[in-house]
Design a protein around this ligand. Structure first.
Ligand SMILES: Cc1cc2nc3c(=O)[nH]c(=O)nc-3n(C[C@H](O)[C@H](O)[C@H](O)COP(=O)(O)OP(=O)(O)OC[C@H]3O[C@@H](n4cnc5c(N)ncnc54)[C@H](O)[C@@H]3O)c2cc1C
Length: 433
């Protein structure tokens, strides 16, 4: 490692770290990105379902996702060119969200109308006609599979909201590599297998120390360490004034053959099923990805040391995921062996990310992404640049939060919504945010 100084050090080359690097480099800063892993996007980004949807609880979160989606749809335009090593692609896939007990989307829908986000209300008859492969029974609340009530008949039928302009990014790791490529076009440098072991500081941040003893001096350091970011914040000594905590949560995701009628080329949708405590989305090639929405009946597996997390799925979680999915898609036949992975979310107390400064001058954080910020990566970099530029110029972002004008709608997003010192946001308290 020969780099000794920079205008800004970004810790972490995940999809959000690479986006921060791109925007800072675009702004003329000499940026160095350091990552303990082997390549851009190899951390939790590589496990992402990469779903793009607009179903959030707060107006700033909805607008953020809607603005970011336009960037994904014009990926080459956002990057400023075409990565010769290949480009990630936005795949269209509508989002079907069931209306079930405890899920109250009416305020969200009012914001969708205000921002011009299309949707359709589907009653039970529409659902049965448009999605015949789905059992539209109402089973709420979600239950463990060994609860005898799991087998109960449904108590009525569901209705749903269909959001047609959603989708997913086909290769999340490639998306991070694309951002890294674009950042390099503006002079950003990347160092891999370079672990930050100390944040150098006196009354302000002075740089970072790597595991091999190298120091990189910089007046700006940005923590984008994903599931390791709470450890980095502790290392920097900046947690005292944070009202929102964040910590790693284990997540298992499975891939199975898509049952007939649910595939991408058969009009299949990404289904947010809080009624049974799951989500699933079809993939190119005829498979289906299945994950959990953290229903109250499931024990959450919080992880103290992210390096101790096994990447292998467990039989218990697999069986639960398979039986819940089979309940919703009766044609599904459970495969003989689990296929999937286990990774980590970095979850905030209210499942809303933190994009902010800190109590240590020059030290910033883009973290607590709560399993739902892949979609916002392109705009998160721009948020961080706006905050860093304003704070570096002497602006008090805590007292008067920076407002970011979205290029798609011309509307202002209050970046105070992502403050480390916010009162807890009112959310679904799940990955849906
Ligand atoms: C299973 C799963 C499914 C998901 N599905 C979705 C979805 O459908 N839609 C959506 O919007 N979001 C989703 N997410 C969330 C989304 O993927 C994450 O919010 C996003 O990828 C986080 O990116 P990041 O750059 O912050 O973190 P990461 O990709 O984890 O990158 C952090 C990087 O920091 C590095 N690092 C950590 N500590 C150090 C250190 N001390 N020194 C140097 N480097 C360090 C790591 O090596 C790593 O590369 C999902 C996440 C998971 C795990």
């Amino acid at each position: 490692m020969t780099i000794r100084s920079a205008d800004a050090v970004v810790i972490g080359a995940g999809v959000i770290g690479c986006s921060v690097a791109l925007e800072l480099a675009r702004g003329g800063q000499r940026v160095v990105v350091v990552d303990r892993g082997p390549a851009a996007g190899a951390g939790s980004t590589s496990a992402s379902a990469a779903i793009i949807r607009y179903s959030y609880s707060t107006p700033d979160a909805i607008l953020t996702a809607w603005e970011a989606a336009a960037m994904w749809r014009d990926w080459a335009g956002h990057l400023g060119g075409v990565d010769p090593d290949g480009m990630a692609t936005f795949v269209d896939c509508p989002n079907l969200t069931f209306r079930t007990t405890g899920y109250e989307p009416d305020a969200m829908l009012a914001h969708w109308r205000e921002f011009g986000i299309d949707y359709e209300e589907l009653d039970a008859a529409d659902l049965a006609r448009r999605f015949p492969a789905l059992d539209i029974g109402r089973y709420f609340p979600p239950k463990p599979i060994d609860d005898p009530a799991f087998a109960d008949d449904p108590a009525g039928e569901l209705s749903a909201i269909l959001s047609p302009d959603c989708g997913f990014v086909d290769d999340p790791m490639l998306a991070a590599r694309n951002l890294a490529w674009a950042a390099r076009q503006h002079g950003a440098e990347f160092a891999f297998r370079a672990e930050v072991v100390a944040i150098e500081r006196d009354e302000a941040v002075r740089g970072v120390t790597l595991a091999d003893g190298t120091s990189i001096a910089a007046p700006v350091v940005v923590n984008v360490g994903g599931p390791h970011s709470s450890l980095l914040n502790r290392l920097a000594g900046v947690t005292d004034d944070m009202t929102i905590g964040h910590r790693p949560l284990r997540q298992e995701v499975f891939v199975v053959p898509a049952p007939a009628g649910t595939g991408l080329d058969e009009g299949g949708a990404f289904v947010a099923d809080l009624d049974l405590g799951q989500y699933f989305r079809p993939q190119p090639g005829g498979s289906m990805m299945i994950g959990s929405t953290e229903p109250e009946c499931d024990e959450l597996v919080w992880v103290d040391d992210p390096d101790e997390n096994s990447p292998y799925p467990t039989v218990d979680v697999w069986e639960t995921a398979m039986l819940r999915f089979a309940r919703r898609v009766p044609e599904f036949r459970v495969p003989n062996a689990p296929t999937g992975l286990a990774s980590l979310y970095d979850v905030a107390d209210d499942w809303v990310p933190i994009y902010d400064r800190s109590t240590l001058p020059g030290y910033f954080m883009a973290c607590a992404t709560s399993g739902n910020q892949f979609k916002n990566a392109p705009i998160a970099g721009a948020f961080m640049r706006a905050i860093i530029d304003a704070v570096s110029a002497g602006h008090d972002h805590d007292a008067e939060p920076v407002r970011f004008v979205g290029p798609r709608t011309g509307r202002e997003i209050d970046l105070g919504a992502f403050s480390r010192r916010r009162s807890r946001a009112v959310t679904t308290n799940s990955v849906l945010g």
